[in-house]
Design a binder for this molecule. Structure first.
Ligand code: ADE
Length: 387
């Protein structure tokens, strides 16, 4: 990956590119860092790059030297040009991921009161803010952007898995970390981490991430894929009412569930002959049972725990917001079951272990999705999609 920094103060960034993880990445040519000083593109005698703001209010970086610097950076090739500034979109991990996919990133640092807006309009693809506060220039934000992006470039961070476990990678906060000594000022390292049981360690880490995210940043749950943080399985049960599910529908729902990480899709059918035919056509992808009660009992037996049932309903009566259901399901630590289809609402498992969702609605005239497969696709995406 190439990163070109356009700044009148390249010396501010020097040590950053020769030290630590970023220093190693530069040394190993995993990232190629280039500097362009807009003063080298000035027309003025003293390398002038700023001038008084029209209408008053301090100094502004001139458009032309910056434009020439960007032209030099691109040198006939393609590049994605960003400009750090407090008016920009706020940097988050999703934006970092998208920047990491660029082959050449050009970062144009501002100083003084800002840069001539005409340069921004014509040359900048995206303005990025690193937070709601004002700094004296774009060099610190440039380092922040480069640091976050470089960590995602393959080979830069030693253990790839470490990046995956980091805060925000899957939209959840990181687990706590400890090192020696195991006892410090009367505090012990959690026993599970010193026991050497990898399964127990990863389950503990998952639960810590969940507890931290729910406690500190519940807003993040909306965008997170909670699948990797569940200790128990996820199931879909389809309860048709007026007619049997067709073989094609059942297969499509079983495939949909599998692609979102569900353990099994279960179809309820009381028609003996069809029951067999359906089971045969589904093979190992799905299961056919006679009633939702039996399906819940089967799941309970398999998981050794009562499931948390989410009824995907068609009315708002008694329903909760999907985000609340997502938080509750995650906090419950239980297997999660999505009960869908016209017959789902008439089924009442034990109170306290179930919640109902209202219909999936949207679009210009707020239409309701009626097809159970489409409804499930939307709901599963809200819980387990990469958002
Ligand atoms: N330049 C000045 N303040 C800034 C901020 N908050 N983010 C990015 N660039 C800036």
């Amino acid at each position: 990956m190439i990163v070109t920094v356009i700044t009148p103060f390249p010396e501010l960034l020097g040590p950053f590119f020769s030290t630590g993880v970023i220093g190693k990445a530069v040394e190993k040519s995993l990232i190629d860092i280039r500097f362009i000083n807009p003063r080298d593109h000035s027309d003025g005698h003293y390398g002038q790059i700023d001038d008084y703001a029209y209408g008053g209010g301090g100094m502004v970086l001139m458009a032309e030297p910056l434009a020439r610097a960007v032209d030099e950076a691109k040198a006939g090739g393609q590049a994605f040009v960003v400009h750090p500034g407090p008016q920009g979109v706020v940097l988050g991990q999703h934006l970092v991921e998208s920047l990491a996919s660029k082959e050449h990133l050009v970062i144009v640092c501002g100083r003084y009161e800002g840069v001539d807006e005409r340069f921004v309009d014509k040359y900048v693809d995206l303005e990025i803010s690193i937070g709601d506060y004002v700094l004296t220039g774009g060099e610190l934000p440039a380092m922040v952007i480069i640091d976050a992006v470089a960590r995602l470039v393959p080979g830069v961070v030693g253990q790839e898995a470490a990046v995956e476990e980091d805060s925000f990678f899957r939209g959840m906060l990181d687990t706590p970390h400890y090192t020696r000594p195991s006892s410090w000022k009367g505090s012990e390292v959690p026993r599970v981490l010193t026991g050497g049981d990898h399964l127990k360690t990863s389950s503990w880490r998952r639960r810590q991430s969940v507890a931290r995210t729910l406690g500190r940043r519940p807003d993040m749950i909306a965008r997170a894929n909670i699948g990797p943080y569940l200790d128990k399985g996820v199931y879909v049960i389809l309860v048709p009412a007026r007619r049997e599910v067709t073989l094609e529908e059942a297969e499509a729902i079983a495939d949909l569930g599998a692609s979102f990480g569900c353990e099994r899709a279960i179809f309820i059918s009381t028609d003996e002959a069809f029951h067999k035919e359906l089971q045969e056509s589904l093979g190992g992808k799905g299961k056919v049972l006679r009633s939702p009660g039996r399906a819940i009992a089967w799941i309970k037996d398999r998981e050794k725990e009562d499931p948390f049932v989410i009824i995907c309903g068609s009315t708002d009566r008694g329903s909760i917001h999907w985000l609340e259901a997502k938080r509750l399901g995650l906090a419950s630590g239980r297997p999660i079951v999505f009960l869908a289809g016209e017959g789902a609402e008439s089924f009442t498992p034990d109170p306290g272990q179930q919640v109902s969702l209202g219909p999936v609605r949207g679009g210009r005239d707020d239409r309701t999705l009626s097809c159970p497969r489409d409804t499930l696709a939307v709901i599963l995406d809200r819980f387990f999609g990469r958002r």
